[in-house]
Design a protein around this ligand. Structure first.
Ligand SMILES: *Cc1c(COP(=O)(O)O)cnc(C)c1O
Length: 622
């Protein structure tokens, strides 16, 4: 649990489980473990001082580049270890993150590797053509029409090393048609195979017999016949499968590789003399867990690469075929950790409760009076006992209210007093953490209102229950005392990360009216950005790229401010001139607005329309 480990900076908030050494806690703050090791707090402060308010989406291109290099290094090591003769190549699947702030630095940083892009639609193919370093692989998966296939032929003509992976026989027919019309060069052809092995987890539909994708054995034979009949057998170069995302066990992959390896050997026997690659898809899992007991990946990259290389070597030997080039399409593994969302806490709900707001009467109901006495006389010695009593009294008083025996003022006093007692008890027991107190607090959690939209920034939490590592950016040298649930600023009750006793979150008791408190959500770089939706018209947060120089210094570049309100309205097809005209008209027609006020009111409204919709919080540094 984060709170019990909080004295060991190496284990704080489970950073030793999910952090992969990329982030470290030192001097009470979380730092990027690279170059001059800036803290996330320092980067956040710099951006806020420049006037960027609301949530911030920070990209760290050195991390995505490092992941790709790691992948290549491990495959190269495994190849040496097992004396494997085939090559290793990889592509990044664009559907995982198509954003320029991610893709452009990734392609720049991996020029020296056999690394390209995978496209699943026309739009993605255009991106792949524009940004894949010439000669590096492009693969195209997903359903295709004649037009998409034509674009593929154009890419080949431009000199791209492109493979069109067909998902069904009809797509092969379209390629044959295009080859007749267009002539050479014909792109390389890949066949997606339908595995007997099932897919896994929430993404099970990607693999297995009931899968949406891939050719059955009969269709594979049919494809070979078609290729031969049209003299295109020499273009067949790859077979492909993808068993699903975030595979937590390696055994389904091993099964799939055995199956694919045998299909590869059989197709070569049938005359596919240029078939030389097996594309094992993506699925490499990312560790999101902050709890030792709930880790989501039961293998290391070393194990993964060893298994793949060893198995393919074994099958090739047994079948007497040459060892295939291994392709991977891991997306989540490459992209997830490159981005961190920083979101300011706007409010702690219990902060509303202060002694000032008590409305005690001349004579209060006895239990309310008793609560007040508890509050006045609570001390370190009796804190635990008084806390119990207070919660009991609260239950009774709420029942009394339901039965009509006490009034709204009594109820308000009850709520305030109980919150004040909890706060005081926490303070008194700060140095004596106990399981009992923790249990009580887990029941009465503090609610933190956070300036972000869960629907925009963590859609997989909303849609799939995927949790992301999260921690405050500072105060990490102080124990967090409050059991926390998080609320986003949408007005949707699903916009909540509820306190979960199996994965409890503890945060600090801060007075956000006096000091700032920021939460970092980590590993949000895969899938979240493009799946994020503009529920309540909250848009992609302001983003910035943090780059390290050779000498270890860093700079913040390419700041992209969150879309302003007018642009968002335009995106969903409002005629923004019309919106402005209507508002202006209302101001002009209103009898309540004096003529000399009009200009000022209009000016104010225009200012709001030109800003993004997130809440603006005070910058305490000012
Ligand atoms: C989505 C997808 C991937 C990427 O999967 P990750 O789990 O992100 O590695 C790879 N290949 C195909 C065909 C996909 O559809």
């Amino acid at each position: 649990m984060p709170s019990t480990d909080s004295h060991d900076p190496k284990k704080i908030y489970g950073i030793h489980i999910w952090g992969e050494g990329n982030f470290v806690v030192e001097d009470g703050v979380v730092k990027i473990n690279h170059g001059c090791k800036p803290s996330l707090m320092e980067i956040t402060k710099r951006l806020r001082d420049e006037g960027y308010k609301g949530p911030l989406f920070l990209r760290f291109p050195h991390l995505s580049a490092q992941n790709v290099r790691n992948l290549f290094a491990h495959f190269e090591r495994a190849k040496r270890e097992f004396g494997y003769g085939g090559k290793f190549k990889a592509v990044f699947p664009l559907k995982v993150n198509q954003f320029p702030g991610f893709i452009i630095p990734l392609m720049e940083a991996t020029k020296e590797l056999e690394y390209g892009l995978e496209a699943g639609s026309k739009g993605e193919l255009i991106l792949a053509m524009a940004y894949t370093n010439l000669g590096k692989p492009i693969t195209v998966n997903g359903f295709k029409d004649q037009e998409l296939i034509s674009i593929g032929f154009l890419a080949a003509k431009m000199g791209h090393n492109i493979t069109l992976t067909i998902e069904g026989i009809n797509e092969l027919e379209l390629i044959i048609k295009e080859a007749k019309r267009f002539g050479t060069p014909v792109p390389k052809i890949g066949l997606r195979i339908r595995l007997h092995t099932g897919g896994i987890g929430i993404w099970a539909k990607s693999g297995g017999y009931s899968s949406k994708f891939g050719l059955t054995s009969t269709e594979l034979l049919e494809a070979m016949d078609l290729l031969k009949a049209h003299d295109l057998t020499d273009r067949l170069s790859m077979i492909h499968f993808h068993i699903g995302s975030q595979m937590n066990h390696i055994s389904p992959l091993k099964k799939a590789i055995r199956e694919a390896g045998n299909i590869y050997a059989e197709l070569r026997k049938l005359g596919a003399e240029n078939l030389h690659a097996i594309n094992i898809g993506g699925g490499l899992a990312v560790e999101y867990s902050q709890q030792e007991s709930q880790t989501s990946r039961n293998y290391t990259l070393e194990e993964f690469t060893n298994d793949v290389v060893f198995l393919l070597k074994e099958i090739s030997q047994a079948k007497g075929v040459r060892e295939p080039t291994i392709f991977t399409e891991s997306g989540r593994y490459v992209a997830a950790n490159h981005a961190v969302l920083v979101a300011p806490v706007l409010e702690l709900f219990s902060q509303e409760y202060s002694e000032k707001i008590l409305r005690l009467k001349e004579t209060n109901p006895p239990l309310v009076q008793e609560l007040y006495d508890l509050y006045r006389s609570i001390s370190t010695k009796n804190a635990r006992e008084y806390l119990h009593d207070a919660l009991d009294h609260m239950e009774s008083l709420l029942t009394l209210f339901d039965l009509g025996y006490i009034d709204l003022t009594d109820r308000a006093n009850t709520e305030t007093l109980v919150h004040l007692i909890i706060k005081k008890a926490l303070e008194l027991l700060r140095d004596k953490p106990s399981k009992e107190i923790k249990d009580i607090l887990d029941r009465v959690q503090e609610r933190y209102l956070v300036n972000f939209s869960l629907f925009q920034s963590l859609p997989d939490y909303w849609g799939l229950g995927q949790t992301f590592p999260l921690m405050p950016l500072d105060r990490l040298d102080q124990p967090p005392t409050r059991s926390a649930s998080l609320w986003d600023i949408t007005c949707d009750s699903d916009g909540e990360i509820a306190f979960n006793i199996d994965n409890p979150l503890y945060l600090h008791d801060v007075n956000v009216e006096k000091e700032e408190y920021f939460l970092g959500f980590f590993k949000v770089g895969a899938y979240q950005e493009i799946l994020g939706m503009r529920h309540n018209l909250f848009t992609h947060p302001t983003e910035a790229i943090v780059r390290f120089e050779e000498d270890g210094t860093y700079r913040i570049e390419k700041i992209l401010e969150a879309q302003n309100i007018l642009d968002v309205l335009e995106d969903i097809d409002y005629d923004t001139k019309e919106v402005e005209r209507r508002i202006r008209q209302l101001i002009e027609d209103s009898e309540k607005i004096e003529e000399d006020e009009r200009k000022e009111i209009l000016g104010k409204l225009y200012l709001y329309l030109s800003e993004n919709g997130y809440l603006r919080t005070i910058n305490f540094a000012e």
